[in-house]
Design a protein around this ligand. Structure first.
Ligand SMILES: [Zn+2]
Length: 440
C-alpha cells in the first residue's frame, strides 16, 4: 500500500479516541481535530461543533466544477470502543500492524479506518480536479456511547443533502458488498408490579392473596410472541421486504446456519426458515431482566413486589408511540385491576427505511459494481441506528455500507480489516462520488 496512506492511517489510529472512558476525552477531541485538518488539507473547510458533551466535525469539500453540483453527506465516527481486555491483543491496540493480509488496530474497521477511506477518496478526486459533487462532512465522536449530537445536527440542518454515504458496516460474505436500507427501531420499558405492603407467608395467604410475580408473568405474556410472532396489535405499520430484499436472501447464509453459529435455540419450528423476515421485517420483544422474590434461597414467600425491563424492536415502518401505546393496552387488559402496575417507556428510537427504488440506491449499486466487480445486495439491519430515521425524515436517501467482515473482531480484541479492502473502499467511495454527480 501507498506509504502516504499508511502513514496517515497510522497517525489517525494512534489517537486512542475511546469515548466511553473520561480519561480519553482529550483524545476524542484530537481525533476530531485530525478529521478537521484532513478536510482542510483537501481544500475544504471544517470546524469542531459542540452540541453536547463532545465535538462534531462539520465541514464541506466543494466540487471542483463550478455551478450547481449535488451535495453528498458523509458520515463516520472517529471514536472507538475501549480496547479491554488488553492481554488478548496480539499487538498493541493503537498501533497499526499489518500481518497476513490484515491491518490490526482498534478502530481500523469500526470506524476510523473506514471513515479514512471516504476522506481519502475525496482528497484524491479533489487533487485531480475531478470531484463532481459537493461533500458535506458530518462526523461524531460519541457513536459508541449512543450520543445524540449528530442526530440533532441532521434534524436541525435545513440545508439538507441529495444523498448520504456511511461506511460503518460490513459484509456477511467477504466478496459480496451489502447496502443496508432499513433498520429496526426500539422501545424500552420498565415494568413494576406491587400487590401488597410486605411479603407474606404462602401458607397463610397463598391461594387468597395476589402474587406480584404472577402478575408480572401475565403482563409479559401479553406482549410476548406466540407461534413466533408478536400479537397483531404490535405488528401494525410494518414495511414488508421488497422484491430486491427478498432476492438478496439467495446470497446470504441460511437462517439455520446463523442461529447454529450463534449457539442459539430457534424460537419456534419456523424460526430458521423465517430468520430474515423475523429480524428484518417483524417486531420482536425480549425480556432483558426480571427481579422478584429470592430465587437464590429455599423459601416459601408470597412476593408482593416484582419488576422487569423489556424491549420491543420495531420493524421498519412502525411508529414508536403507536406501538408503545398498544403494548400498554395489552398489558393493562391482561393484569388484574387490583394490582398496582407501573409501566414506563424509558427510551425509544424510530426505525429507518429507505426506498430500494431511489435513484441514489440505483446509482450507488452501479458504482459499487464498477469498483468491486459485484453488485451489492440490498439488506436490512436488525439493530437500531438513530441516524437512519433522522436521515429518512429529512428525505436524504442513504447508502449504508462498509467493508468489515464477520471475522473483523469489531468491538473485540484484535480488530482487523483486510488490507485489500482499504484500496477497495477508496475506489468504491470515488466511484460513488462520480456516480452521484448524476443526481444534479
Ligand atoms: Zn461503528
Amino acid at each position: 500500500m501507498n506509504q502516504i496512506w499508511l502513514d496517515e492511517l497510522r497517525e489517525f489510529i494512534a489517537i486512542p479516541s475511546v469515548s466511553a472512558d473520561p480519561a480519553h476525552l482529550d483524545d476524542v477531541r484530537r481525533a476530531a481535530e485530525w478529521v478537521r485538518d484532513f478536510v482542510k488539507r483537501t481544500g475544504g473547510e471544517a470546524e469542531l461543533l459542540r452540541r453536547g458533551e463532545r465535538d462534531l466535525v462539520i465541514g464541506d469539500i466543494p466540487a471542483n466544477a463550478n455551478g450547481a453540483a449535488p451535495t453528498v453527506l458523509l458520515y463516520g465516527h472517529f471514536d472507538v470502543q475501549p480496547p479491554a481486555p488488553l492481554e488478548l491483543w496480539e499487538t498493541p491496540p493503537f498501533e497499526l500492524v499489518e500481518r497476513d493480509g490484515w491491518f490490526y488496530a482498534r478502530g481500523i474497521a469500526d470506524d476510523k479506518g473506514q471513515l479514512y477511506t471516504l476522506l481519502k477518496a475525496a482528497q484524491l478526486l479533489r487533487e485531480d480536479g475531478a470531484l463532481p459533487v459537493n461533500l458535506r462532512i458530518a462526523c461524531d465522536g460519541e457513536e459508541e456511547i449512543g450520543g445524540h449530537s449528530i442526530v440533532d445536527f441532521i434534524r436541525d440542518d435545513d440545508r439538507g443533502a441529495d444523498a448520504c454515504i456511511i461506511f460503518d458496516g460490513g459484509m456477511t460474505r467477504p466478496e459480496q458488498p451489502e447496502f443496508g436500507i432499513a433498520t429496526r427501531g426500539l422501545v424500552g420499558f420498565h415494568l413494576k408490579v406491587r400487590t401488597g405492603e410486605r411479603d407474606m407467608h404462602s401458607g397463610y395467604y397463598g391461594g387468597a392473596a395476589l402474587n406480584a410475580i404472577h402478575v408480572l408473568m401475565q403482563a409479559l405474556s401479553a406482549v410476548a410472541a406466540r407461534d413466533g410472532l408478536l400479537p397483531d396489535e404490535l405488528r401494525i405499520g410494518r414495511t414488508p421486504l421488497s422484491a430486491a430484499e427478498t432476492a438478496s436472501l439467495e446470497n446470504l447464509p441460511a437462517g439455520a446456519e446463523i442461529l447454529h453459529e450463534a449457539g442459539a435455540t430457534p424460537l419456534d419450528p419456523k424460526a430458521e426458515d423465517e430468520f430474515y423476515d423475523r429480524t428484518w421485517a417483524e417486531p420482536s420483544m425480549d425480556v432483558n431482566g426480571i427481579h422478584g422474590g429470592k430465587p437464590g434461597l429455599v423459601n416459601t414467600t408470597l412476593v408482593v413486589e416484582a419488576e422487569a425491563r423489556f424491549t420491543i424492536r420495531l420493524a421498519p415502518g412502525q411508529d414508536p408511540a403507536t406501538i408503545a401505546a398498544a403494548a400498554e393496552k395489552l398489558i393493562r387488559q391482561a393484569v388484574p385491576e387490583t394490582a398496582r402496575v407501573d409501566l414506563e417507556v424509558e427510551n425509544s428510537a424510530a426505525p429507518g427505511v429507505f426506498s430500494p427504488d431511489s435513484p441514489v440506491i440505483k446509482l450507488g449499486m452501479e458504482a459499487f459494481e464498477r469498483a468491486t466487480g459485484v453488485p451489492p445486495l440490498l439488506v436490512r439491519v436488525g439493530g437500531t441506528l438513530p441516524i437512519y430515521p433522522a436521515l429518512a425524515e429529512k428525505g436524504i436517501p442513504t447508502i449504508g455500507t462498509g467493508f468489515a467482515l464477520r471475522e473483523s473482531n469489531v468491538h473485540s480484541p484484535n480488530e482487523r480489516l483486510r488490507v485489500e479492502d482499504v484500496d477497495r473502499a477508496v475506489s468504491a467511495a470515488s466511484e460513488l462520488y462520480r456516480s452521484l454527480a448524476a443526481l444534479g
